[in-house]
Structures are given as C-alpha cells and as structure tokens.
Design a protein around this ligand. Sequence first.
Ligand code: SF4
Length: 389
Amino acid sequence: MKVVFGFGMGVDSAAILVEWLDNPASRTFALKDLIVVIAQTGDEWLETAHLVEAYIFPLLHQHSIRTIQVARASNSQRDGIVILDDTTRPTTCYIQGAYRLSDEMVEVATVPQTGGIRKCSLKAKGWALDTLIADLTGGESFVHIIGFEVDELTRMMRDMPLGLPGRIPFYPLTEWGWDRAFCEDVLWKKFKVQWIKSACVECPYALASRAGLARTLPRYIASPYEAFKTLTMEYLAVAANPRQGLIGGAQLFDALLDFEGGPSLLADFQEHLNCMPWAIYDVRRAFRAKTDDMMKPANAVRSMTRIATGDRADMVRLLDYMVTHHLPSGVRYENGRHQRVWIHERNIYYPCPEQAFVTGPALAIDKVNDSFAEAWEAALKGPSQLSFV
Ligand code: SF4
C-alpha cells in the first residue's frame, strides 16, 4: 500500500522525516512505499526553500524517496495541477509554484482572509494535494500521514473520518507524543538550525498574534524582496477597500512604521511602487440590506475597473485634475498614503452604493460581479421602506 506524506516544509513534518530516516523502528512501512508530496502556493519564504534544500532534500535523495512538488495551474480547477518536480533525487524546492496565491490576490485587489475556514490554504494547497493523491492512488487504498502535533487532537479527530474507506489516516506525532518544541529540538540536534515556521510571505495568520508579529516583522526587514511583494498586495487591497489589511483589518504597513528598521524599508517600498505601472480604478460596491433589517448590510457585490493607466505621478496628477475639473464639488478627497476620491460613501441604511476613484499599482484586472448591474441599480435607489417625517 502506498504511504503518502504531505510535507508542509515546516517544523513538524521535517521532524517526522528525520525520525523515520534516523530511526527505522519508528515506522511500519518500507521507504520504497513512501511518497513525499509538497504543495507549493508560490509564496513561501526563500528561507524555507533554503532549509529544505540544505537539510531535507539531501536526506530524501540519499534514501531515494519519491518526492513530488505540485501547484495549481490557475485559479480555475478546470485547469488542473502542475507537477513541478517528480523525482527520487530532489535538489530544488520550487517555491515559485505555478499560479501563485499572490497572483490570485492582487488580480482582485485583496489579501488572504482570516476567520472561518482557511479558504486560501484549501484552494492553493489542499485541492492541489487531493488532486495529486487521487492521481497517484487511482482509487486504491493508501495510508495518509498527517503531522498534527500531540496537542492538536481536535484537528486530528476532525480529520479522521475524511476520505474513508480508501484513505487510512495516520498521525505519527500524536502517536509519539511530540509537540512543537520537541520537534524543534529534534531538528536542532540533527542540523543545528532553528527551523522557521513555513508559511506564505503574506500569511495573515502569521501576523495575527503578538508572538507572530515578533517572529515575522524581522523577516520582512531582513528580506525586502518578500516585504515588497507583501506590502504591494496589501497596498492595492487597501486602495480598493480601506477596511482591508493583513493584520485583521489593520495594516502591516503601520506595524512596520513602528518597528525598528521599518521606516527605512517603507521608504524603499515607495521607490518600489514608483517603478511600477499604475492605474486609476473605479471601485464600486453595491450593498444589499439584510432581510428585515435595513440598518444591517448583507453581502456586497463589487465592480473594479481601470479608467486610466500610466506612471504613478501621472495617475496622481490625473486624479487631482478630475477632482478639480470634473467631479462634483464637495466630494471627499483623501490624498495621503492613498489617493482616493469618494463619489458615494456608505450609508447607515441599506441597500446603498459605495464608489471611489483610487490610484494604485496596475495589477488588478477589471472584474465586475455577475449580479452587479442589478444590485447597483437597487443600491442607488436606497431602501424602499425608508421615509422621513
Ligand atoms: S500559509 Fe497562510 S496565506 Fe498561505 S495558504 Fe496557508 S493560511 Fe493561506
């Protein structure tokens, strides 16, 4: 029976591989049956790739373990997956993926969201892995190894019934009683390195706690390339919607402003932005009302289209010109970190429209929700039962 191990490139899964290879009694299968699978989101830290290439791939190579790296081909499942590498002698960690999670985010001017299910992970990792595993096993039963730590029993219980009867799950860390600290210790003893948390550079979960911020902000300072990629994504998302931000609605930009080395990084980030093509976007949202409560919004539908492109200075000048010569007097014009002029602002009653012209990097594609036209018309009309006395 095939044994499939999803190697997430982090502490837990690296420790499992080390234990299996250094201590054969820890496993109940032959290494020839083991397939290591890695899902690449396209946005992993370079540091992670270095650790994997320097310490884990040589071990897999030495033991001739089949290692497959996979990524999704596009944002549509119809396009399937891309096999980045399939070898028993892995050397290169293809963190650039194929269609990157960051591509998907900037195309629609948003950031990965926290709360609820981790949609980004399910799409960029889970689905690619499930598709690959289905291809590999062809419907035959297989053992699926998952690296839940000993204190993650709730996650383990939730995972257990998935995919039965063909998928037989197994959780070595809970079996061995290993927690994260123990895994880190195993890796330290073996390689004398502090294994870092694996994640996308733009992962909001990595920024969601004080400890996460303390771990992650220095990584941005040390790696401007990865910082600029993340900050550009956030900048564009905030341009389209000031309520966005990578830290639960607050902005990474602000966290870096107050962090040692942050202001200088952010000054360089402005230079980075200046070198990009820019656009003026017309961003509209049509808010629907919650059933039976016109003071609460239900879902909103959005339209985001470019109305001009050029360099940054031109786009800022053009928006200034529009405000002075073409737009109704009295519109609110924000001219700070972002340039944004509000044509319609959100009301306290719903349905209502929201519309702004904003400048930003020309990375988002024109996108109009299917039901936008109808919802916009209703939003412009406002609540039907509203009357003033
Ligand atoms: S690492 Fe974070 S951003 Fe990347 S897929 Fe997972 S949850 Fe989403």
